[in-house]
Design a protein around this ligand. Structure first.
Ligand SMILES: [Zn+2]
Length: 449
C-alpha cells in the first residue's frame, strides 16, 4: 500500500476538518484510511510498501471540474479575424463556431491532451467536458476518451448537438453521444452525457430526440442555458416562452439535467430548476470574459439548487476560479458580504461531487475518506496565519493556487510527482499541439476571409 504521510490532511468532507501530521493510505485505486500519520503507521506497518513524504505540504482530494471545453484550448493567443466581437453571439460566430470547425482529428486529440496536462498540473482529476468539432464529429469523443485513458484522468464526455450546421450534423452529434455512452458504459474512468449546445440552436424535434436518447441510456443531458440574454430573447420570440420553461415542456428538465451558466433566468425559472432537481454549473471567469452578466448564484443556493463550479475551458486552476467567483459576486452586489469563501468551497467540494456522482454513482470521488477513489493532490502551501477548520475556505481562496500542486494522484496512480509528469512528455505534447493549433488558426483565418 502507498502511504502519503507527515502532511496536513484536508479531507474536504463536511463539516470541514484539518488533520495536522496526517496521512492517507492507498491500496490500489482506493483510500483505505485517513487520519493521524502515527496511528496509521502503527496499524498498517506490515502493509505499507511505498511512501510519499508530504512534510510541509497539504494533502487534499483532486478537484472536480463541473463544466469545461477541451476544444477551446487552441483559442489561447489566437487573433480573432475582423472587427472585435461586440456581444456574445458575435463571440460565438467569430471565434468559437470557427475554431470548432477548424479542428481536425489531430486538433481534437491535442486540444484535449494539453487541457489534461494543465489539469494534472493544477490538481484537477475529474473533468466534465462539452465537445464540438463539426468537421470531425464521428469518432471525436473516442479520440478524447483515448487522451483521457492515456493521461489517467477521470473524464465525462459529450458532443454538443446543434442545428446550426444542418439536420444531418445534428443527427451525427446525437449518434456520437449515443456511441460514446455505449462504449464507456460501466467503465470507471470514463462516462458520457447527451450534449446539447443551447436552446437557441436546437429545434423542438432535435431536443426531443436528445431527451429520449438520454432517457433510454440513463445519462445526463448537458446544455448551456441563458448564458446570454440573446438565448432568452430568441426563445420568447420563437417559442413564446422562456428557456427553462421550454426545456421543461420538452422533458429536458429533470434530476439528471446539467444547465451551464443560467445567468439570465427569472424567479419562476429558478423555482422550476429547484423543483425538477436539475443541476447548474457556474463559470465566473468565462462569464466575466464574455461580458455576459452575473448568474444569481446565491439565490440559487438559497433555493437548494445544486450549483457546481466549472471553468468553461479556462485554465484548470480551480483555486483561481474559486477566487474569481467570490470577487465577481462581491463586486456585482456592491457588498463585501456577498457570496463568501465558505459557500464557494461548498460548491466545489460538495455540489461538484453531487454532479460527478451522476456519472459515477458507484464511486466515491472528490473527498478524502475511506472507500473513496484515491484521487489525491499534494500542495506546497505554507500558511503564515492560523489555519483552522473554520477559516480553511479563506486560506483556500486567498492562499492556495494550482501552481502549488506538487503531486497529482488519480485512482491511486501517481501522475505527477514534484511537478514532474510521470507518464506524459509535456514538451513533446506542446510541440505537436502548437503545430496543430497553427493549422487550426489558418483555417479560422481562411473561413473569415
Ligand atoms: Zn460552456
Amino acid at each position: 500500500m502507498l502511504l502519503i504521510h507527515n502532511g496536513t490532511v484536508l479531507p474536504m468532507t463536511f463539516p470541514l476538518s484539518v488533520i495536522p501530521n496526517g496521512a492517507v493510505l492507498i491500496d490500489d485505486k482506493l483510500i483505505v484510511a485517513i487520519g493521524s500519520a502515527k496511528e496509521i503507521e502503527r496499524k498498517y506497518a506490515d502493509q505499507i510498501t511505498k511512501r510519499i513524504d508530504a512534510t510541509g505540504r497539504f494533502i487534499l482530494p483532486g478537484n472536480i471540474c463541473a463544466h469545461t471545453h477541451f476544444y477551446g484550448a487552441f483559442a489561447r493567443g489566437m487573433a480573432i479575424p475582423g472587427a472585435p466581437a461586440k456581444n456574445f453571439v458575435e463571440v460565438l460566430k467569430k471565434l468559437w463556431w470557427k475554431l470548432d470547425r477548424a479542428l481536425d482529428d489531430d486538433g481534437v486529440k491535442y486540444s484535449a491532451l494539453v487541457s489534461m496536462v494543465d489539469a494534472i498540473k493544477n490538481g484537477t482529476t475529474t473533468l466534465i467536458d462539452h465537445h464540438a468539432s463539426p468537421n470531425v464529429i464521428k469518432g471525436s469523443l473516442n479520440a478524447i476518451a483515448d487522451a483521457a485513458t492515456q493521461t489517467g484522468l477521470r473524464t465525462a464526455l459529450c458532443y454538443e448537438v446543434t442545428d446550426r450546421n444542418g439536420l444531418a450534423d445534428a443527427q451525427q452529434g446525437i449518434a456520437e453521444n449515443v456511441a460514446c455512452a455505449e462504449r464507456v458504459h460501466g467503465r470507471t474512468g470514463l462516462a458520457a452525457a447527451m450534449g446539447v449546445h443551447a436552446s437557441f440552436t436546437v429545434s423542438d424535434k432535435t431536443l426531443r430526440t436528445c431527451v429520449a436518447e438520454a432517457e433510454r441510456l440513463s445519462i445526463p443531458l448537458h446544455i448551456h442555458v441563458a448564458e446570454d440574454a440573446a438565448d432568452q430573447a430568441h426563445c420568447l420570440k420563437k417559442h413564446g416562452m422562456r428557456v427553462v420553461q421550454r426545456l421543461d415542456a420538452l422533458g429536458a428538465l429533470n434530476k439528471r439535467s446539467m444547465l451551464a451558466h443560467c445567468i439570465h433566468i427569472d424567479d419562476a425559472e429558478m423555482q422550476l430548476i429547484a423543483k425538477r432537481g436539475a443541476k447548474v454549473m457556474h463559470q465566473p471567469r468565462s462569464n466575466m470574459n464574455n461580458g455576459v452578466g452575473v448568474a444569481p448564484i446565491e439565490r440559487m443556493l438559497k433555493a437548494d439548487i445544486t450549483v457546481g463550479l466549472g471553468n468553461d475551458g479556462f485554465s484548470n486552476d480551480a483555486f483561481a476560479e474559486m477566487k474569481a467567483c467570490d470577487m465577481l459576486h462581491k463586486l456585482n452586489a456592491g457588498d463585501p458580504r456577498a457570496m463568501g469563501a465558505d459557500k464557494i468551497v461548498g460548491m466545489v467540494y460538495s455540489h461538484n461531487r453531487t454532479i460527478a456522482q451522476m456519472f459515477w454513482p458507484d464511486l466515491k470521488i472528490g473527498a478524502l475518506e475511506a472507500g473513496a477513489r484515491a484521487d489525491v493532490i499534494l500542495m506546497d502551501y505554507t500558511p503564515f496565519t492560523p489555519l483552522t477548520a473554520g477559516n480553511l475556505p479563506w486560506h483556500m481562496l486567498f492562499g492556495m493556487s494550482g501552481g502549488m500542486v506538487t503531486h497529482t494522484i488519480s485512482a491511486g496512480v501517481v501522475l505527477m510527482a514534484d511537478r514532474k509528469l510521470l507518464f506524459l512528455d509535456e514538451a513533446a505534447i506542446a510541440v505537436e499541439a502548437e503545430q496543430s493549433a497553427k493549422r487550426a488558426w489558418k483555417r479560422v483565418a481562411d473561413m473569415a476571409a
